[in-house]
Design a protein around this ligand. Structure first.
Ligand code: GLP
Length: 241
């Protein structure tokens, strides 16, 4: 894994934006894997700025998001559909049918999982997957214990994840108990992975990601076995390293 150390969240976001724009220039029909959470928000702001400065167009880019809560409608402000629309898609020129987020309110969720997998493979796999990491090492919504061989699937969220994400909801009770997420094997099939880590609260998780045992108990540790991973992490997360 290549580790790029930056000063803080802002510098992480700028570095991530430069990284992505450089890769996009080398691709004709790029397929981007996107993440939600607080971590990539600064990156999305910078991509919007670059679009406004006409340095990038998203017309030929397809995106696939990692995950979505089960049971939240697309227009629910806590859904990841809403998040992506609000933080990125509505500000850029990506055609609506090229911006994909798993459907958390599909009638047949198993079928939705299969469809999502098929769409990604029909697109020729993801060129660059942006990842953030949960405090317990989850990537997407793949909680500890998820098999490394998992494909897009439905998960029961850990209580710790629901508590961490409760800050976006009115109360913990409102946080959905289930989600749909790309599986670990799906993520590992991405040609390149960009992991962003910021803040002192991620210090222990980052240490396990970089130096810990590769174990299903800490899902992000599998990234040690991927050939093209770049981690951009700030001083707070890398403290002492
Ligand atoms: C959520 C998302 C993950 C994200 C993680 C970390 O649970 N499903 O994709 O990486 O939270 O979030 P944050 O970036 O806010 O720390």
């Amino acid at each position: 894994m290549k580790v790029i150390k930056v000063k803080d969240y802002e510098e992480m976001s700028t570095e991530a934006c430069t990284f992505i724009l450089n890769k996009l220039k080398q691709l004709q029909k790029p397929v981007l894997g996107l993440a939600t959470g607080s971590t990539p928000e600064g990156l999305y702001k910078r991509l919007i700025n670059k679009y406004n400065e006409q340095e990038v167009s998203f017309k030929d880019i397809s995106t696939y998001n990692l995950d979505e809560y089960v049971g939240l409608e697309n227009d629910d402000p806590n859904s990841y559909h809403y998040f992506m629309h609000d933080k990125l898609f509505k500000h850029i020129d990506i055609p609506e049918d090229q911006a994909h987020v798993p459907n958390g309110v599909a009638k047949d969720m198993d079928k939705e999982c299969q469809n999502y997998e098929k769409q990604i493979s029909d697109a020729g796999q993801i060129n660059i997957q942006v990842l953030g990491m949960g405090l317990n090492g989850h990537i997407g919504f793949n909680e500890p214990g998820t098999p490394f061989s998992s494909r897009t699937h439905i998960v029961e969220l850990d209580e710790s994840t629901r508590e961490a994400n409760a800050r976006f909801f009115n109360s913990l009770e409102e946080v959905p108990k289930k989600a749909i997420t790309m599986g670990i094997e799906t993520i590992m099939e991405s040609k390149e992975i960009l992991m962003l880590v910021s803040g002192a609260n991620k210090k222990e998780a980052l240490d396990r990601l970089l130096n810990g045992e590769v174990t299903e108990d800490f899902p992000a540790s599998i990234l040690q076995q991927h050939d093209h991973v770049t981690v951009i992490a700030d001083e707070a997360a890398l403290e002492g390293k």
